[in-house]
Ligand binder design. Structure first.
Ligand SMILES: [Zn+2]
Length: 294
């Protein structure tokens, strides 16, 4: 397989100018399913929670349609099983469906066989719902790192062609700061496409979305992605969640102040910032930016 031929996803913008097309991704899970709330909302309670994922995905679809952008939706099998109509809507709108596992358990918290079963189940449910092969997988909380390299064997064994499960930064809950920053073949036939980082003062800094995108000024995200496109000449892998656009989501009780700060700050700013990102850069679904992933 020739990975080099597909990288780094440069598309012609005009007669003289080549501009990089970046990968836009959405991790489709509801507000009560995030890893930071694991201790507060048990999986057995999920069925009883008010679900808001459908309306939040609809808002994202409207933003993407306005900007004429296609994206990749890393979707939980649990969500796909309950909302098959939503999954078909995403596929019909031209977006790529990819997998976020079935029950949003960190790869690092599972035994290899358990992990393989979870990611295989999610793939089968998504393929049933769309009628298309599912090629991409992202581990909950970027939970593939130095402690569990076996996870890449399982992702390849389950039949995925690419993974976006590593965040090459230092963080208290995840991260693998020494991992390669850009797409690379991590197992035969399996591409790992890490979330975007920017290299400053010989360190990797987060540039690919999540809490940082809401907490820090937008211009910092814009500067970082420009650095990646213009200096590194690479596409950026960016992600956000449907619940990050939902300032009115129910508050989970008993959450510690740091987690509360990270989850709830600036939720009202996400949608306008995403609109800015869509305007300031070129975006497409992962399997179009990295054609080898098809
Ligand atoms: Zn997640």
């Amino acid at each position: 397989m020739n990975f080099d031929a597909a990288l780094p996803g440069i598309a012609r913008a005009g007669a003289h100018e080549a501009s990089i097309v970046n990968a836009l991704t959405i991790d489709v899970e509801d507000y009560f399913q995030v890893s930071a709330f694991e201790a507060h909302v048990r999986r057995s309670e999920w069925d009883a929670m008010e679900c808001r994922v459908e309306r939040n995905v609809e808002r994202i679809l409207a933003l993407l349609a306005d900007a004429n952008v296609k994206a990749t939706f890393f979707t939980l099998g649990w969500i796909a099983e309950r909302y098959p109509t939503l999954i078909r809507r995403l596929a019909d709108a031209g977006h790529e469906l990819a997998s976020h596992g079935f029950r949003h358990e960190r790869a690092s918290a599972q035994a290899p066989r358990e992990f393989l079963a979870d990611i295989g189940l999610a793939k089968a449910i998504l393929e049933d719902a769309t009628g298309h092969d599912v090629h991409g997988y992202r581990a909950p909380s970027f939970s593939v790192g130095a402690s569990n390299p076996w996870a890449f064997d399982a992702i390849a064994e389950a039949g995925y062609r690419y993974s976006s499960s590593v965040y090459p930064i230092r963080h208290d809950h995840y991260g693998m700061p020494d991992a390669p920053r850009f797409a690379h073949e991590v197992r035969p036939g399996l591409l790992e496409i890490p979330v975007a980082t920017v290299r400053v003062l010989r360190k990797n800094w987060p540039a690919g979305g999540g809490g940082y995108f809401r907490l820090l000024p937008y211009r910092l995200s814009r500067w970082s992605i420009r650095q990646i496109n213009e200096r590194d000449r690479q596409p950026a892998m960016f992600y956000f969640h449907p619940w990050e656009l939902d300032a009115e989501q129910p508050r989970i009780p008993g959450v510690d102040p740091k987690t509360r700060f990270r989850h709830y700050l600036n939720l009202h700013r996400t949608a306008p910032r995403i609109a800015c990102l869509l305007r300031d850069f070129r975006w497409n679904r992962v399997d179009a930016v990295f054609p080898i992933a098809k």
